[in-house]
Design a protein around this ligand. Structure first.
Ligand SMILES: NC(=O)c1ccc[n+]([C@@H]2O[C@H](COP(=O)([O-])OP(=O)(O)OC[C@H]3O[C@@H](n4cnc5c(N)ncnc54)[C@H](OP(=O)(O)O)[C@@H]3O)[C@@H](O)[C@H]2O)c1
Length: 360
């Protein structure tokens, strides 16, 4: 039997390195890999893992050889923190390749362009969405509601006033997951859950009013799908990206995973409503979701990026983040979204630049 071949875009990151772990577990060869500025790390991964071709936009690499190697893979993992590879990702989907996408920003930016590949060769990686995918796939026309769960992030047991008196560094202490800093702050503000609802909207084509999130501090249930007869399907596993990553590369085939099973003899589960007044960034995301205007979805992402940056530099407080974000969205909402992938990536970059100039 020939070994499976994998390409990993963004191999040096958190999802990228966990994909390497899964690839080794599944016995796959990594034929192509890319990264951003950490070129030394990329080079050492090439040597250690025997990757055929590597690429970074910040170094002197052969782009053509890289794309050829990517096309030779059986499956491609998109684990980038950047949207610039969207044109390549779309071409890979069009050619029929299996593409697993972790990059929420890319899925939302290219929402209509990705739609033809829904339930075909496009697979979500985000744990909640991978879970919804597995639960929902046999019942697509029968789905009444989708619930995503939220851990509550670093500030879940504090009041808004207490949070405002803390340093942003405290937002980086996530109670459950260990991730990059942007997504960890997004978990503390619950903007991440808001973005995930926008992502669910574009991935599963379920109306905004049927997409919900609930607080679930144990993070054992990752998502729930309610069918028309009120039968609820729950997807549960220990909090780890290893399983959703593996699923995105192997579904519908199930293989043994690196994850231990939940001890159901001892596990308790709690669910509660999200206190929306405390989480202004989440509230803003819900308002944006309800408009169903995909341009506003993209502008929410941009606004969130900027407010996280300002918050981390201690220029604004936690409670001011949604105020500035809303101002950014309103200021930029007059622009039109281009159709072509390359133009859209450029539009996104320009909007980010414009957003930086909006002051509170
Ligand atoms: N971490 C999680 O648990 C998690 C869970 C669900 C979804 N996600 C989503 O998955 C995506 C990746 O998250 P992450 O936490 O893995 O981020 P990360 O740790 O910051 O890694 C990002 C990766 O993208 C690479 N990269 C950035 N710009 C690039 C460019 N222009 N060209 C090539 N490579 C580039 C980085 O390379 P360098 O190392 O060289 O900078 C790095 O390998 C995000 O959209 C995130 O929201 C993450």
């Amino acid at each position: 039997v020939s070994r499976c071949k994998l390409a990993i875009l963004g191999i040096t990151g958190s999802i990228g390195s966990q994909t390497v772990q899964v690839a080794q577990h599944l016995g796959c060869d990594i034929v192509a890999a890319s990264a951003g500025r950490r070129i030394e790390k990329l080079q050492s991964l090439k040597d250690v893992l025997g990757i055929d071709v590597i690429y970074s936009p910040y170094g002197n690499f052969d782009r053509k050889a890289f794309e050829e190697a990517v096309y030779s893979a059986d499956a491609i993992m998109v684990a980038l923190s950047d949207v610039s590879e969207m044109p390549l990702v779309l071409k890979l989907l069009e050619s029929g390749k299996r593409v697993a996408i972790a990059t929420k920003e890319m899925l939302i930016l290219g929402h209509d362009l990705f739609a033809p590949y829904r339930w075909k060769n496009l697979y979500p990686v985000d744990s909640e969405h991978a879970t919804v995918y597995i639960l929902m796939r046999p019942y697509v026309p029968l789905v009444k509601e989708i619930y995503l769960t939220a851990s509550g992030g670093a500030f879940r047991d504090l009041s808004l006033q207490e949070i405002d008196n803390l340093s942003p560094k405290d937002a980086l202490k996530h109670p459950v997951w260990s991730m990059g800093y942007k997504i960890t702050v997004d978990s503390a503000t619950l903007a991440n859950k808001g973005i995930e609802l926008l992502e669910a909207r574009v991935l599963f084509d379920i109306p905004p009013s049927k997409l919900k999130a609930v607080m679930h501090r144990e993070v054992i249930v990752h998502a729930m799908v309610v069918l028309h007869d009120n039968f609820t399907l729950m997807g549960a596993y220990k909090p780890s990206m290893l399983l959703p990553i593996q699923f995105s590369l192997t579904y519908p085939n199930l293989k043994a995973s690196l994850l231990k099973s939940v001890n159901w003899h001892e596990q308790t589960l709690h669910f509660q409503d999200i206190p929306i007044d405390k989480y202004g960034m989440y509230k803003l995301a819900i308002d944006v979701l309800k408009t169903d205007d995909k341009k506003l979805y993209m502008l929410y992402l941009i606004a969130d990026d900027i407010v996280v940056e300002r918050y981390m530099k201690e220029e604004i407080k936690f409670s001011q983040m949604p105020v500035l974000a809303e101002k950014i969205i309103n200021t930029l909402s007059d622009s039109d979204i281009p159709t072509y992938p390359e133009d859209r990536v450029e539009w996104y970059r320009q909007m980010k630049e414009r957003a930086k100039e909006v002051a509170i």
